[in-house]
Design a binder for this molecule. Structure first.
Ligand code: 13P
Length: 331
């Protein structure tokens, strides 16, 4: 078992979330990645998924704005065209490799459609293997909908996240804990705030009960926003609502907070982050761990054409630069 002192885990968590850099989420499941490729006219295969992830990771100078990259199991075990395994190449490029270890969601019986995230079986052995192959951090995502979240679903997911986080620490891996409240729908700001508060309060109760050292975790939450089908509010209102929930629910020891983008446009999430960064009394560093907001336009530009690789990488780098600019570069 790879054990690391608590201070080393805290250093990695800080490295992931500070210095104006953020985390690139490139860990879509095989099914999700295949459908995104097909939507852009790219035939889906292990090779095209690999080519696309190589394009992202090898964008020239990516490490100026990206501290870590989250990979799925398939990519983690693949090699770049030059023969280097992805986690090895990431480290050589100055980017910490991470691994998504949950195995997806299933409905919780009797909970009106609320979901539970699975993947705890044999997780210790899987983490040991990922640690041996160079993983610096992990990710586990719980998913909640404003209309179906229940206290039981929040507790069940919080306990799964806490067991995952404790196991990560046992294997020298920094856990990203992600309790995502979806932004799909027409709910208002208060609906998102209430659901996010419930998800976070259950999560931190479970993490504390499980004895997880909060200085060695990264929290990956959603911004508190109205649903994508509801009237939008100003970024300053999103930032104030998000901060109010986080201030009440997230202990100050948490190493850092890295937001997901959730389907919001790139410009919007960068404005939310920038407005949140401007709130002085924040006790934790805040940054981004966006997927779609960084990569969707790059995937579109590439479209599977070798001649467009450099242009697609440029689009990715510009999105990362905009997101980095929205963080507190001095934190
Ligand atoms: P999005 O930023 O596209 O929501 O993805 C982030 C992520 O890692 C979801 O688990």
């Amino acid at each position: 078992m790879t054990t690391l002192p608590a201070t080393a885990l805290a250093d990695i968590a800080k490295q992931l979330t500070s210095g104006g850099r953020g985390i690139l989420a490139a860990d879509e499941s095989i099914t999700t990645m295949s459908s995104r490729l097909e939507q852009e006219g790219v035939p889906a295969s292990a090779t095209t998924r690999r080519d696309y992830r190589e394009l992202l990771l090898t964008a020239d100078g990516l490490s100026a704005t990206i501290s870590g990259i989250i990979l799925c199991d398939e990519t983690f075990g693949q090699d770049l065209a030059d023969g280097r395994p992805f986690p090895v190449a990431a480290r050589e490029l100055g980017i910490l490799p991470g691994i998504k270890v949950d195995t997806g969601t299933t409905p919780l019986p009797g909970q009106n459609g609320a979901l539970i995230t699975e993947g705890l079986d044999r997780l210790g052995a899987r983490l040991a293997s990922y640690a041996d192959r160079g993983a610096a951090f992990g990710k586990w995502r719980a998913v909640f909908d404003v209309h179906t979240i229940t206290p039981y679903a929040a507790r069940a997911n919080g306990q799964a996240l806490a067991r995952y986080a404790a196991l990560c620490h046992q294997h020298g891996i920094v856990p990203i804990v992600e309790p995502e409240v979806l932004c799909t729908g027409d709910h208002d700001l208060a609906g998102s705030a209430n659901a996010t508060a419930l998800a976070l309060s259950s999560l931190f109760e479970a993490l504390i009960d499980a004895g997880v050292d909060l200085t060695g975790i990264v929290l990956k939450p959603n911004f508190v926003t109205p649903g994508l089908d509801a009237a939008p509010v100003a970024p300053t209102e999103v930032a104030a609502a998000t901060f109010a929930v986080l201030r009440d629910q997230v202990p100050a020891e948490v190493a850092g907070i890295a937001f997901l983008s959730g389907g919001h446009p790139t410009a919007d999430v960068c404005e939310f982050l920038s407005a949140l960064t401007a709130i002085d009394e924040r006790p934790w560093p805040v940054t981004f761990s966006f997927g779609r907001a960084l990569v969707s336009s790059a995937l579109h530009t590439w479209g599977g054409a070798p001649a467009e690789v450099t242009a697609a990488q440029q689009v990715l780098l510009e999105n990362c630069h905009t997101a980095s600019h929205a963080t507190d570069q001095a934190q």
